[in-house]
Design a protein around this ligand. Structure first.
Ligand code: NAP
Ligand code: HSE
Length: 441
């Protein structure tokens, strides 16, 4: 049998500790499938005294991950710390500069430095693998990077944040508060170290930026994504969506349009009968629409120690099986030097259906006025309903819910802005975009 693949792991939290545990438990099977043993020989984390429930006997401890990347006797540097800058950035940079293979689950790092690191890896003939960075255990990177070669992708979209999907599902099914659900997601190890990245949509945006590059061959453009998180979604929205035959999911969507590539992350109403609407809890789903294959929908665990460690392990196994000096698949699907400048389509030119929920004073003429604002902005309505008071606590208020046919975002913004000048409006209007899977179009 060939020499062992020696790995160093920086970060022994939810993912890192699961990875060490699995490699310890599955060492025999791994050696057989990879054709060589896979051995953890070095680790680094902040607190050496912390009980992580894993056996680190015989493994060299490094106080600093950069030190480990520069000096440890390893073939693969596995980065599981998180963050676009700081220790993660410096240690991955050091590992690639040394020509080590790198595996990371860090989407923030790749969203901001992926092109530069891909170029470094390609120059050194090293592998930079990151399956766990997007949609947890779902092999979506491999699908886009390798399996769909030759296809022209038109749209990639999906549920890419387990924490948000977990929160929305439990709010809807169990009537729990947002705060309770988030706390539980943190306890289960799904959330980022700073959960604002999850609930404000940035984590989904980081993942989407990576998928967009793999799908469309552009430079990663994480700062060009329109982002809305789920903090503004109330149980009233969830109930109103259900009444209309929709469920609310936080989606990341990237699509080719005539004016460029549209990248957006926002709470989205999806038809209740669609497959994506049925994806509950921490589960993620990613749909890829392409010309040769058609629609590919991948569903699976999106976060958590084991799901993520499974993807990291797959990346390590690919390295164990790779031949030194062999032709490499480009890190981002296309050689880093050939990635095209990103051409951004503005969110104002997005065309789709919209759900608009207004709280208004309960008096004559309001309904007609709202309809008139829509007509003035050339918005065609699928439905407009003056709702019973079941969503409201105040007897002098009414809810008006509108669902539009496909229309331009710019028109919706103008209509909502003009409604906001009306005295009958109470509070902020709620606007949620509707996304239809290909099966429905
Ligand atoms: P975590 O539980 O917060 O663990 C982070 C680990 O990194 C800890 O062991 C911490 O050390 C170590 N660390 C942080 N800063 C360090 C530094 N400056 N020097 C040395 N060690 C440092 O995070 P996680 O949930 O495992 O996530 C790790 C990475 O995987 C992140 O990029 C995350 O986005 C990504 N990811 C996570 C999931 C998930 O479900 N959790 C899924 C997919 C991807 P101490 O333990 O000593 O504090
Ligand atoms: N915090 C992330 C999530 C981890 O909830 O999806 C997986 O990337």
């Amino acid at each position: 049998m060939a020499d062992a693949l020696k790995i160093g792991i920086a970060g022994l939290g939810t993912v890192g500790a699961s990875l060490v545990r699995i490699i310890n438990q599955r060492s025999h099977e791994l050696a057989v499938t990879c054709g060589r043993p896979v051995r953890v020989v070095a680790v680094s984390a902040r607190d050496r005294t912390k009980d992580r429930g894993i056996d680190l006997t015989g493994i060299e401890w490094f106080a600093g991950p950069v030190d480990m990347a520069q000096k440890a006797d390893i073939d693969v540097f596995v980065e599981l710390m998180g963050g676009a800058e700081g220790a993660a950035n410096a240690s991955v940079r050091a590992a690639l500069a040394r020509g080590l293979h790198v595996v990371t689950a860090n989407k923030a790092l790749l969203a901001y430095h992926g092109v530069e690191f891909a170029a470094m890896a390609e120059e050194k003939g090293a592998l930079l693998n990151f399956e766990a960075a997007v949609a947890g255990g779902i092999p979506v990177i491999k699908a886009l990077r390798e399996s769909l070669t030759g296809n022209t992708v038109s749209r990639v979209y999906g549920i890419m944040n387990g924490t948000c999907n977990y929160i929305l599902t439990r709010m809807e099914k169990e009537g729990l508060s947002f705060a309770e659900c988030l706390k539980e997601a943190q306890r289960l190890g799904y959330a980022e170290a700073d959960p604002a990245f999850d609930i404000e949509g940035n984590d989904t945006a980081h993942k989407l930026a990576i998928l967009t590059t793999l799908a469309f061959g552009n430079k990663i453009a994480a700062d060009d994504i329109y982002i809305e998180g789920i903090t503004n979604i109330s149980i009233d929205d969830i109930r109103a969506a259900a009444d209309l035959g929709y469920r609310i999911k936080l989606l990341g969507v990237a699509q080719r349009t005539e004016s460029g590539i549209e990248q957006r992350v926002h709470p989205t109403m999806v038809p209740v009968q669609s497959v994506i609407a049925q994806v509950d809890g921490v589960t993620n789903a990613v749909a890829i629409e392409s010309d040769i294959l058609g629609e590919l929908l991948m569903v699976g665990p999106g976060a958590g120690g084991n799901a993520t460690a499974s993807a990291v392990l797959g990346d390590i196994a690919d390295i164990a099986k790779s031949q030194p000096g062999a032709q490499r698949v480009p890190v981002l699907g296309h050689p880093a030097a050939t990635l095209q400048p990103y051409r951004k389509a503005q969110i104002q030119s997005h065309e789709g259906g919209y759900f608009i929920r207004l709280t208004v004073e309960d008096r004559i003429g309001v309904f007609a006025s709202v309809a008139a604002h829509m007509a003035e902005n050339h918005i065609s309505l699928e439905s407009i309903v003056q709702h019973s008071k079941e969503y409201l606590s105040h007897p002098a208020q009414q809810t008006i819910i509108l669902v539009t046919h496909a229309t331009m975002e710019d028109s919706v913004r103008k209509a909502v802005a003009s409604i906001k000048t009306e005295e009958y409006l109470i509070g902020e209007p709620q606007v949620i975009r509707i996304e239809r899977p290909k099966e429905d179009n």
